[in-house]
Write a protein that binds this ligand. Structure first.
Ligand SMILES: *[C@@H]1O[C@H](CO)[C@@H](O)[C@H](O)[C@H]1NC(C)=O
Ligand SMILES: *[C@@H]1O[C@H](CO)[C@@H](O)[C@H](O)[C@H]1NC(C)=O
Ligand SMILES: *[C@@H]1O[C@H](CO)[C@@H](O)[C@H](O)[C@H]1NC(C)=O
Length: 394
């Protein structure tokens, strides 16, 4: 079996060993209806907003967020350390993180190095741990992203952020890391001259941006693309000194901050060399502007675009190449498509997209938040999620 499938099976085997029993597929529930505005047991609550002032020096930008979130970050960093030490008991890895990673800080592109220093200072954590915390997010996410176009050519972009695969199942039937991420989830309004440049939903202390939009211009989400030879290798190469590739979370932050159009964003995301493979899901402001870019580390393998004239009124991506079948035990693609097909183009809206993203297993134990974006109207909404039992691991 090829890389990604093998990795997923490995993860499943490990998860099964931890959990004891794994429900047998298929377990897709009926497409949900009337779940919006969010309420009830699948809605954990709102996500707090913070303003990030880009006119401040990078070192100072995250002060307010960190004052509020430092205790939660410390808990998370401790869980990561415990996990690493459980796998490699000598303590060597944690020692390397504390001692060696800070030397690499100068090699991060601006503004990331200075922002990390500021975050570590306020959190009172060693620099190396904040760096590894930032590396950590490059590797463990599963997600669902959708861009739709209605009959009038109006675009919407929606996503579920699923995170924490394989990172520990606790006695309450939730993934420890997924649970610890919920209090760290923040909505961010990045401003220059007191005006919004872009909005994003992320995790306090993490500088990459996987979910966001520039009002009036474009929306962007990033989904993990698994390839054993990809992510880890690229990160190790980077640590060892081959630094011509961009971190995926950082490139999407840069695009959200500095690209000035859908076309420019698409061009950068298609061409920049990356440390890890990824899917970039990009939406614009005009009819036909929506695509899923399937990225290898070096190049783009596929750009799957909306084609409203041919009746292709949505693109959807989970964590599998569109020319391959999703892994049998992790098929979130079929239910996503099925529920979108049933919704029909006539009825697409924030409410019906939220319904699709609330249908198990598109909603699952790893889902941290759901985001809805309307670029043209400047509407941006994010909600913390829960998936009470019965609910599968992802
Ligand atoms: C399980 O939930 C209870 C109450 O909701 C909480 O007090 C406890 O800390 C949780 N246990 C774990 C392992 O998360
Ligand atoms: C955006 O562009 C400005 C001006 O060139 C630069 O200083 C900044 O570092 C860039 N931001 C990111 C996140 O790359
Ligand atoms: C959804 O509709 C599209 C276009 O008609 C079709 O290709 C696809 O197979 C459908 N998917 C599901 C799961 O119903």
């Amino acid at each position: 079996m090829r890389g990604p499938g093998r990795l997923a099976l490995l993860l499943l085997a490990a998860a099964a060993a931890r959990v004891g029993t794994v429900p047998v597929p298929p377990w897709t529930e009926d497409c949900r209806k009337s779940t919006y505005p969010p309420s009830g047991p699948t809605y954990r609550g709102p996500i707090p907003w913070y303003t990030i002032n880009l006119d401040l020096p990078p070192y100072k930008r995250w002060h307010e967020v960190m004052v509020d979130k430092a205790p939660a970050i410390k808990l998370m960093v401790k869980s990561i350390k415990d996990l690493v030490n459980a796998f490699v008991p000598s303590g060597k890895i944690v020692q390397i993180v504390d001692q060696k990673l800070p030397e690499l800080l100068g090699h991060l592109p601006e503004p990331f190095g200075e922002e990390i220093k500021g975050i570590a200072a306020v959190a009172g954590l060693p620099l190396g741990e904040i760096i590894s915390y930032n590396i950590f997010y490059e590797v463990f996410s599963l997600c669902t992203s959708i861009v739709t176009e209605d009959k009038e050519g109006h675009l919407l972009h929606a996503r579920n952020m699923d995170f924490g695969l394989f990172l520990g199942w606790n006695r309450n039937n939730t993934w420890t890391v997924t649970e610890q991420l919920k209090p760290l989830t923040v909505n961010l309004d990045f401003q220059r001259n007191s005006k919004t440049v872009f909005k994003a939903t992320g995790f306090a202390g993490y500088l990459g941006m996987f979910t966001g939009f520039q009002p009036g211009r474009f929306s962007l989400t990033l989904n993990e693309r698994f390839a054993l030879s990809g992510g880890f290798l690229g990160i190790i190469e980077w640590i060892l000194g081959k630094r011509d590739a961009a971190w995926v979370g950082f490139i999407s932050r840069s695009v959200l901050e500095n690209a000035t159009s859908y076309e420019e964003a698409k061009n950068i995301l298609t061409k920049t060399k990356l440390v890890a493979p990824a899917y970039f899901i990009l939406g614009g402001s005009r009819s036909g502007e929506g695509c899923v870019i399937t990225r290898d580390r070096k190049e783009s393998l596929d750009v799957n675009e909306l084609s409203p004239k041919e009746g292709k009124w949505y693109v959807a991506e989970t964590n599998y190449d569109r020319w391959r079948h999703p892994l049998f035990i992790d098929d979130r693609r079929t239910p996503t498509q099925m529920c979108l097909n049933r919704t029909t183009q006539e009825h697409i809206s924030f409410a019906t997209l939220y319904d699709v993203l609330s249908t198990k297993p598109v909603l699952n134990k790893l889902t941290v938040f759901t985001t809805l974006m309307d670029v043209l109207k400047g509407r941006y909404e994010s909600f913390l999620r829960d998936c009470p039992d019965p609910c599968f691991g992802w």
